[in-house]
Design a binder for this molecule. Sequence first.
Ligand code: IMP
Ligand code: ZN
Length: 353
Amino acid sequence: MDPEAFVAHLPLCRALPKLELHAHLNGSIRSSTLLELAAEHSQNGAVSYPELVSIIEKEKRSLPETFKLFGLIRLVTTNHQVVTRITREVIEDFAAENIIYVELRTTPKNNPAVGMTKRSYMEAVMAGFNTDSIAFNRIYVRLILSIDRRETTEAAIETVRLAFDMRQEGCEIVGIDLSGDPAIGEWKTFLPALTLAREMGLPLALHCGEVHNPEEVKSILDFHPERLGHVCCLDDLEWQALLASKIPVEVCLTSNVATLTVPCVADHHFVELYKAKHPIVICTDDPGIFCTTLSREYALAASCLDLVSEEVVKLAKEAINLSFAEPQLKQTLHQLFDFSHLKQAPSLPIGAP
Ligand code: IMP
Ligand code: ZN
């Protein structure tokens, strides 16, 4: 990756209207908020502040260390007010960098100690963006409900039913995700819930191939979800099956490098996917945890692929078709994209020798 090309691409990538299709709510938390909450909770002994700071400050951490950090975040994001606050801040941050549509994913959580159910958790999330604030007039927010790989079949089914019920009630829920520590859990545990989601008309965006697990990858590909996240550790057979399937891939460059899932951005498999004209969408995964932004991820991708500005715009616009937005909203996003791109995007020397 050429650092000069990366810097040259940044202004266009910031100005571009963008769609974020793979971001976890609690992975998008502002570092300042996380540290503030951790300081409060360290007083009652719930978390070790120095431990949290030392993990946050590490530029690269393995996948197990990343999940340790998620465990610590869980300890400080326990009540409804905090969930609402984090959601509001995350959406404000996305809107501020010209993201016009986000599919924010989060794991509905039970916490009987504070009277939290999976439903009340989701209501607290929605309270974070159903406001009259100016920032929220500029961004469409949709939700994907995550099943955590630590959950049982019954708990996963509860999440799918909740998604279905809330969508029927008019909530902004568009799909189901399977995420969490890839070293935990088995595909067959979640299959009944994912099958039910499909029967209920809920599209699936599943994490896949974060660790080497050919059997699971094969089962996921055979199941043919609407989108896949990561697909980093695929053997040749699964790789060929992925290419043949044309299942769109959510690419999270910084996340994959930071968790040491791929060695560096230049060697990332998205280069091959792009060259093979496989549908891809650039995403952040956990911008708070990995200290990145969607603009930065686009600039990384553009410099790696050696794109000219028209190609960057095309890549960003294709995200509309890969989103789970309803057809009418897709049309609106196309119009919004063309309008704001023409209005804002500076003409840049990108691609110039
Ligand atoms: P939440 O669902 O809003 O609590 O967001 C944080 C959760 O997302 C983590 O606890 C994980 O379950 C999941 N998550 C975030 N990043 C990743 C990833 O890279 N791989 C798998 N799961 C992830
Ligand atoms: Zn993810």
